[in-house]
Design a binder for this molecule. Structure first.
Ligand code: ADP
Ligand code: MG
Length: 703
């Protein structure tokens, strides 16, 4: 059976060479198994046909009609070109509209003929319309599936024009099921299925493609999602027990001079309770003899840098060097300035390496690294280049870790024979279940407390038409001695998109806020590094009132006197980015404001994002919501998270309960391995293998 599913899809009846090539190119389906695991993304309730007259704005999102097409015609020119078919069913009329694939649809439409139409109803001038409906002529309709629910498969225009629309794919799955359905072999141990209330694989696959009823479909989805998540968790937990069982961590058993000197003489403020707790946790980790792997989550402005610095001092006190990597040059330089200032006259040698460091300076730093005289090295990803060699690297900090790929992170571990302790920090809070999956092998610390005296930032959503009021407010704040950021999604205008851009914006702001009374500086990715730095410094020193920038300032910029963050075309940014940008203000004790500008027309999701920003300052709440709105695949950084495969059905955001159940089951399988037969163990090993992060890892946990 396994062997049959490995066969090339071209051998399936109804496919052949040409369509096989298309399926591979468009959907990545190249074997029978790929098709079997190509699941519908939605189900049509084919048991119900609506009447046009009964459709209202309260009707379900998708509906099915049986209509006669009275006629059709093309309208508009160029990109506005559309095909409109006029349909009726005796109770009323509706318009069916297509903006693309017009030629293909036109060939298939016939005036006077009856069609089953499926799509999303909308109202335009009180007229019911359905944009890009699915269409099937009544004569051609295939037999309805038993439960009345029919799978809809996502497809592409190219495939559709080769008879492989959703319908076509459905037919292929039918053909495949005829041959392979009865021979599907179970992939999970019986005992595991029983304990977790899972239905068998064959039943699950059958119901995912041809649901018998809603309950069976739910069970099918649960079983298939569970299997994916269980496989991942098995791998993670195995990896973890592998790491913890090795006694190869550096011992930091001294809290020495540097740490104490800093703590008693240089700390500019009381540590928050959360900072103290996290430092304790790190200290606890570094005296176990195991290598530390810790994720530190803390909202923007919660004071992670200080925690990083004090941990690095611990390393230095124990005879090790430390380094800290940041994703942007701006942030790396900011860290350098902050840390040098905090250390003051202490005898700790700090250096920085970035992509723009001059050769002479770099050579000096590299030499002091290898002779051991440099204590702390800061920098960008330039740190991971091979020529950067440490005498004795014991502690690594990665700031804003979601900006780095797995490989970049991993290369820092190898800078010493024995792996250094690793602290990765992020201000983009990752919801618990996602962290459990993506960083399952990390221990997690959370700074859940902001430094005292911070006032919550006030956030407003303002339409472009109210711009003058925003300018007025900026002028007030500047008059009160404060500074303002204005952030744009684009540097220069784009024909395709109707978003504000920085060049235009800079012009209008300079007009509104003219020299010499006001000084406006610009920072964006296309500026030369020296220019960027000069402008940053002008703003930092309070010599510029307004900073016009792109989202390059999203991370790390720390100017406590700035009190207003204006974000132009805010609908264009993702939630976590908006939250990060907002975090650039409110870093001092004064009231700060975030103003989200948008056009009048907003998508539903765009609106939801802006509303969420107005409603809460809590990064964790926002990230949960972000996950729901976008699904885990889109969350920035998860692409690089290390999931080497694509989840076919589970969604790390929405299926958090299944993640928890799968994790518990995986832990149970490891703890109670004795209860499984040899055959079961082979199955478990295979599941883990299928969903493992990387093939190199060798964990013989199911032994
Ligand atoms: P993030 O967690 O976003 O990296 P930072 O480390 O940049 O935050 O800290 C934000 C600001 O809060 C900085 O200006 C820092 O000096 C200040 N800060 C950090 N810890 C404290 C504290 N315990 N009390 C008061 N201010 C603090
Ligand atoms: Mg930071």
């Amino acid at each position: 059976m396994g062997a049959y599913l490995d066969n090339d899809i071209k051998f399936l009846s109804g496919v052949g060479e040409k369509r096989a090539a298309l399926l591979k190119k468009e959907l990545g389906i190249s074997t029978m198994r790929d098709l079997l695991y190509y699941f519908p993304f939605r189900y049509i309730d084919r048991s119900r046909i609506y009447k046009i007259a009964e459709i209202t704005s309260e009707s379900p999102a998708y509906i099915q009609l049986r209509v006669r097409v009275e006629g059709f015609s093309q309208h508009g020119e160029g990109r506005r070109k559309r095909l409109v078919a006029y349909a009726s069913d005796g109770t009323g009329t509706a318009e069916l509209v297509w903006f693309s694939g017009i030629k293909w649809i036109e060939k298939r439409l016939e005036a006077g003929r009856e069609y089953i139409v499926f799509g999303r109803p909308g109202f335009f001038n009180n007229e019911l319309s359905i944009v890009h409906p699915e269409l099937e002529s009544v004569g051609n309709a295939r037999p309805r599936p038993a439960g009345g629910m029919q799978g809809v498969y996502s497809t592409t225009e190219t495939l559709s024009s080769n008879q492989l629309g959703s319908r076509g794919i459905y037919n292929l799955v039918c053909n495949l099921w005829d041959i392979a359905g009865s021979r599907i072999v179970e992939t999970l141990p019986e005992r595991l299925m029983q304990r977790n209330g899972l239905i068998g694989l064959q039943e699950a696959l059958h119901n995912i493609h041809f649901p018998q009823n809603a309950e069976k479909l739910r069970q099918a989805e649960y079983r298939l999602k569970f299997e994916e998540l269980f496989g991942i968790q098995l791998g993670i937990l195995a990896q973890r027990s592998g790491r913890v069982s090795k006694e190869n961590g550096f011992m930091f058993n001294r809290v020495g001079d540097k740490f104490n000197e800093f703590y008693s003489g240089h700390l500019p403020f009381e540590l928050t309770g959360a900072q103290k707790r996290v430092i304790k946790e790190i200290r606890g980790d570094t005296i176990t003899g195991h290598q530390m792997n810790r994720l530190l989550q803390g909202d923007v402005g919660s004071g992670k840098t200080l925690v990083a610095l004090m941990s690095m001092l611990l390393a230095i006190d124990n005879g090790f060097q430390a380094c800290m990597m940041a994703p942007t040059e701006i942030l790396a330089r900011q860290h350098y300035a902050t840390i040098v200032k905090l250390l003051g006259d202490m005898d700790v040698k700090v250096g920085i390496i970035t992509g723009t460091t001059k050769k002479r300076e770099r050579d000096e730093i590299l030499a002091s690294l290898t002779d051991g005289s440099l204590d702390i090295l800061l920098g960008t990803h330039a740190l991971i280049e091979d020529r950067v060699q440490f005498a004795n690297l014991g502690f690594v900090v990665i700031d804003e870790q979601h900006r780095f790929g797995v490989e970049q992170r991993a290369r820092l571990w190898t800078k010493n024979n024995q792996p250094p302790h690793v602290l990765v920090m992020t201000a983009t809070p990752i919801p618990r279940t996602l962290a459990m999956t993506l960083y399952g092998d990390l221990d997690v610390s959370v700074i859940d407390e902001l430094p005292p005296g911070r006032k919550p930032i006030k956030t407003y959503h303002v339409r472009d038409s109210q711009r003058l009021r925003v300018f007025g407010f900026m002028a007030e704040q500047i008059a009160a001695g404060r500074q303002v950021y204005v952030v744009y999604p684009l540097i220069s205008g784009s024909e395709k998109m109707d978003y504000k851009d920085l060049e235009d914006g800079f012009e209008s702001i300079s007009r509104q806020f003219p020299l010499p009374q006001y000084n406006t500086v610009v920072v964006h990715g296309r500026l030369k590094a020296a220019q960027k730095e000069e402008n940053m410094n002008l703003f930092k020193e309070g010599k510029a009132h307004i900073m016009v920038a792109t989202s390059v300032i999203e991370v790390g910029v720390d100017v406590p006197n700035a009190s207003v963050m204006v974000i132009e075309s805010a609908e264009r940014f993702g939630l976590s980015q908006l939250h990060q940008l907002r975090g650039r203000v409110g870093r001092g004790a004064d009231q700060a404001y975030c103003i989200l500008m948008s056009g009048d027309k907003l998508s539903k999701e765009g609106k939801a994002r802006l509303q969420a920003m107005v409603a809460t300052n809590d990064g964790f709440e926002l990230s949960e919501l972000d996950l729901k709105l976008r699904g885990a695949g889109d969350i920035s950084g998860t692409q690089q998270s290390g999931l080497a495969f694509e989840l076919k059905i589970a969604n790390l955001g929405r299926d958090s309960q299944i993640v928890e159940a799968a994790r518990a089951a995986a832990q149970d399988a490891i703890d109670n391995a004795d209860g499984f037969t040899a055959g079961d163990k082979a199955l478990l090993e295979a599941v883990r293998e299928r969903f493992s992060y990387s093939k190199e890892q060798d964990f013989s946990m199911i032994s």
